[in-house]
Design a protein around this ligand. Structure first.
Ligand SMILES: [Zn+2]
Length: 401
C-alpha cells in the first residue's frame, strides 16, 4: 500500500520536526524564535538543491522559491505553510512511527494515550502508518507536514516533467501561531500566484470555506485617587469602572457560552489599580455587519465613563469573500476531491489562518487539510496516507486549475 510517488515525505517531515520552532510570545521579534530561522535556512538550501528559481530568504525567515510552469494555460498558484509550532507545549519533538496501526487506543507513554473514545476517526486508519508524539510535546505536524507535502509535490513534478502545470510558488512564513504575524509581514510583491493555498487544516477532506472576523480592544479606564479616609466625592476607582463596563456586555456572548457560528466578546486580560485599569477584549463574529455592531457596542459603552479610551486592533477577516469572488480555486479543489475519492468536509473555522490575512491583502487563499489531527496537543498525530492524499490533491490542483 506504500505510495512511492512521495517517497521522501515521511523522512522529510521527521527531519523538520527535529528543529524546535516553537513560537515565542515573549518578544516582538520576527521570527519570534531562532529555530524558525534554522528551518527557513534548511528549506532555502533544499529549494536551491532542487533547482527552484526566484529563491529568497529574508531576515524575518520568510522564504520561498518557484517551480516554473510548463503550460501557460494553467494558473499560477502559491502554496503556503508556516514554520512555527504552537506555544502550548514543548517543541522538542521526538516523533514515533507506528507501522500498520492495528486499531484501538494509542499509548504515547505511561501517562497518556490517544483514546478511540475521544478520536472516533482513528478507526479509519487501521493498517495505516501513524506518526505520534512521546506524549509530552507537540508533534509539529501543524505545520511541518504541510512543508513536507509541498516539497513532495515539487519533487514529484521535477521527476515527472511531462506533467503539465502552471507556475508553482512555495512560500514559508514564520509566527502564524502568534496572530498570523508572518503572513501579515509578507511583502505581496514577492507573491507570484493568482491563487493561494494554505495547508494548515486537519483531517483528510477538510477545507475552510469561511472563518470569523477578528479584532481586539484594549479598553483603558482612568480613575482619580484620593486617600481613602477622605475620598468622599473625590475618588473614582477605575477597577470598578472596568467591572461595570464588562457587566454591560451580553453575558451569554462569551466563549464559554458559544459554539459553531456564534460570535462573542472575550475578556482575556484585566489589569489595574484605582488610578488606571485596562481590559483586553477580543471580538469575534462570522457576520461582518454583526462584527461591526459588536465593535460599535464597545465604543458606545465607553461613552458612559468619563475617562475611558479604546485602542482597537483588527486581527484578520473572513476568507469567504475572496474565495467566492474567485470561484475557480474552490471549484478545482472540490473537483479534485471527487476525482480522488476524498470525502470533502467544508468547515466554518472558529479561528484564522494565514489565508485570512492574505485574503485581506488581495490573494484568494484556501486552507486545505494536511491530514493531521489534534493540533496544539500532545495527542497530535498524523496518518501517513492522509498526508499522501493531501499531496495528490495539490497535484490535481496545480495540473487542473
Ligand atoms: Zn497551523
Amino acid at each position: 500500500m506504500k505510495n512511492d510517488n512521495y517517497k521522501d515525505l515521511l523522512e522529510d517531515f521527521l527531519r523538520y520536526t527535529k528543529i524546535d520552532t516553537k513560537v515565542s510570545h515573549d518578544n516582538e521579534e520576527v521570527p519570534s524564535s531562532p529555530g524558525q530561522n534554522s528551518l527557513a535556512k534548511l528549506l532555502h538550501q533544499e529549494m536551491t538543491d532542487l533547482g527552484l528559481s526566484e529563491l529568497f530568504l529574508l531576515d524575518n525567515a520568510i522564504c520561498g522559491g518557484q517551480l516554473p510552469g510548463n503550460n501557460s494555460s494553467l494558473e499560477k498558484v502559491t502554496l503556503f505553510a508556516h514554520l512555527d509550532t504552537a506555544a502550548d507545549l514543548p517543541g522538542n519533538t521526538k516523533a514515533r512511527i507506528i507501522e500498520n496501526y492495528p486499531g484501538g487506543d494509542v499509548s504515547l507513554n505511561e501517562k497518556s494515550s490517544i483514546l478511540v473514545s475521544e478520536n472516533s476517526e482513528l478507526s479509519n486508519y487501521v493498517g495505516d502508518t501513524l506518526i505520534v508524539t512521546s506524549g509530552d510535546t507537540l508533534l509539529g505536524a501543524d505545520d511541518k507536514i504541510a512543508i513536507a507535502e509541498v516539497m513532495a509535490l515539487v519533487k514529484y513534478l521535477k521527476n515527472n516533467d511531462e506533467i503539465p502545470h502552471g507556475d508553482i510558488q512555495i512560500i514559508f512564513v514564520p509566527d502564524e501561531e502568534k496572530g498570523l504575524v508572518g503572513a501579515k509581514a509578507l511583502d505581496m510583491s514577492l507573491v507570484r500566484g493568482s491563487y493561494g493555498v494554505c495547508l494548515d487544516c486537519c483531517g483528510i477532506g477538510e477545507y475552510v470555506i469561511e472563518n470569523w472576523w477578528a479584532g481586539e480592544a484594549l479598553v483603558t479606564f482612568r480613575g482619580v485617587t484620593a486617600h481613602p479616609m477622605s475620598a468622599k466625592g473625590k475618588m473614582v476607582n477605575s477597577i470598578l469602572q472596568a467591572q461595570e463596563y464588562i457587566q454591560g456586555l451580553p453575558e451569554t456572548e462569551r466563549p464559554e457560552h458559544t459554539e459553531k457560528k456564534e460570535g462573542f466578546f472575550y475578556l482575556s486580560n484585566l489589569n489595574g489599580s484605582t488610578v488606571e485599569t485596562t481590559a483586553k477584549i477580543h471580538v469575534r463574529d462570522f457576520d461582518k455587519e454583526s462584527y461591526e455592531n459588536r465593535k460599535k457596542m464597545l465604543f458606545e459603552l465607553a461613552l458612559k465613563f468619563k475617562n475611558c479610551t479604546i485602542e482597537y486592533t483588527e486581527r484578520y477577516g473572513d476568507c469567504a469573500k475572496a474565495l467566492s469572488e474567485n470561484p475557480k480555486l474552490l471549484k478545482t479543489v472540490r473537483e479534485g476531491m471527487e476525482a480522488l475519492e476524498i470525502k470533502g468536509i467544508p468547515l466554518s473555522m472558529r479561528g484564522g489562518y494565514d489565508g485570512s490575512a492574505l485574503g485581506m491583502k488581495g490573494l484568494p487563499t484556501l486552507n486545505i487539510f494536511t491530514g493531521a489531527h489534534n493540533f496544539h496537543s500532545a495527542q497530535e498525530y498524523l496518518p501517513l496516507r492522509s498526508a499522501e492524499k493531501a499531496v495528490d490533491l495539490l497535484l490535481y490542483l496545480v495540473t487542473h486549475i
